[in-house]
Design a protein around this ligand. Sequence first.
Ligand code: GP9
Ligand code: MN
Length: 628
Amino acid sequence: MLKRDWPKHSILAIAIVATWLKTYIVYKTSFSITIENALQEFILFLNPLSLLLFVYGLSLFFKTDKGKNRYLIVVSLISSIVLYSNVAFYRFFNDFITLPVLFQTENFGDVTSSAAASMYITDIMYFADVIIILLAMKFVSEKTASVKASSVQRKAYFVLSAAVLFLNLGLAEAERPQLLTRSFDREMLVKNIGMYNYHIYDVYIQSKSQAQRVLADGSELVEVNNYVRSNYAEPSEEMFGIAEGKNLIVVTLESLQTFTINSEMNGQTITPFLNELTKDEDTIYFPNFYHQTGLGKTSDSEFLLENSLYPLSGGAVFFTHSGNSFNSMAEKVGNEGYFTNVQHANTKSFWNRDIMYESLGVDNFQDIQSYTVEEGQAVNWGMKDIPFFEQSVDLMAEMPQPFYNRLLTLTNHHPFTLDEEDKFISEFDSNSGTLNRYFQTARYLDEAVKELFDDLKERGLYEDSVIVMYGDHYGISENHNEAMAQYLGKEITPYESAQLQKVPFFVHIPGYGEGHVDEEIGGQIDMRPTILHMLGIDSSDDLQFGGDLFSEEHEEFVIFRDGRFVTEDYVYAGNVCHDNGTGEEVAIEHCQPYIEQALTELGYSESIINGDLLRFYDEKTGQLVTKD
Ligand code: GP9
Ligand code: MN
């Protein structure tokens, strides 16, 4: 029946329609793209078309059927691979792929294996268009032997494809003004210009940032420097130098969010030890502290900690700019005679840490090679936190003092699996296994921290140290909103989502005696100045965007990496200005000045990184230097 004469270029038309519809179906089924109105839905539906028309259309230049068919198959395969890679990546990272991630050479193996864990045989459906095109080639015979289109036809065809592109861009511009110049949000890009165009845009942006480094000459720093100077917060007299000469131990609490602290799940306490700390006389606890990480997750939090710069909007800065000059906290305390070290029981190349730590001036990195993982001591991503802390403290006891040592935990990491003997509480009962298990791994992490404190005391390291602990980023993504809503007993609106980006921040100073809960609103960008000042190290000449949380002058304005922000009065999320407290929408004018400032600040930070501008800055004198 199919073997009758079909109109000319039927196969081309089938290919375009098949890939177009498939892409739209994949958008709807495999990503959580928020659609607010019919126009947005229409843009989403339309957006794959322009590029498909263009790229498939190039087949019109082929002289033979065979060449044309081969080309169509190759295009459909490549587009399917691009789309499917995004699906697999999204399942794990809740984000779309950006080019630098693909250059994550060694580490990419680990990340892909994590993404591979969420691949299924039924995923073959993501290649449905390739199959349809193959079938069409087998069963459809086109009317004329010669497939070559006349040049007039071709011209008309490409004018049509350009028209679709302009229609798409026009609608996108109407829907989201300045999308391409201002957007920090990949979802917004995919939603408006489509997955395929987004990747082209991404390639463009990444090449541009490479070019930026080459072209930068340091003059850009003048403006940034003025901005940073005018925002500098004088240290608090009481806290400056409070931990001078002490060892500095910074613990990264993997995926720990503030909603677990001082709360219960089905009558069970989630973090008993950390709860005690919030009331402890030697601890200052910050409940209004936010993570500011992007795609680089843990590594972004490390970047914020070390540099008080924002991580990048696209890709992990640990990968893309590990060759840059930095003025890290490690380097600074190192200059004060500290031995600097990082402990993390994972392969050294993960997040490109081995290379980046060199750039950050970390003296030594104890990776998985420094640990002995006995039978039963590994789960999920690797070594369990309890034996990790135990061995870490042994290693710490050998270090020259004073030291600045960071410990990166791992057990409370997606997919939050544990051995039976490490489950101290039972699972939650929502429809999300991820959230259900998260409470148990968070409880395990809490237990591990308790043992860390004990181990430090046993080893005589505790008294001479200050212990800082922070949650690195969310553990529960928006994919689990329904389950989170069940747990919190309220709907997860964009406002609530922003609140869920709170991560705990603890400053524990043995012998301090004036511990309290500090309600100051802050973020990870503030850690560096806060800590440096506690150690009695001046940071007034540093190019950093954060401020000392203990300072009277600290500004309560936390900018998320994606452009959302929180101030004392407002929360800007989902492009809406909310009252910080009730969550109710308020007039956008209230947020407007902060929207501008957030964009400026993120832009400055981005230009420092992209232009590798710190190579033009002499941190000892606070002066700009003109040559490389
Ligand atoms: C990996 C660990 C976890 O070494 O830091 O990384 P994450 O996925 O949380 O960024
Ligand atoms: Mn992490």
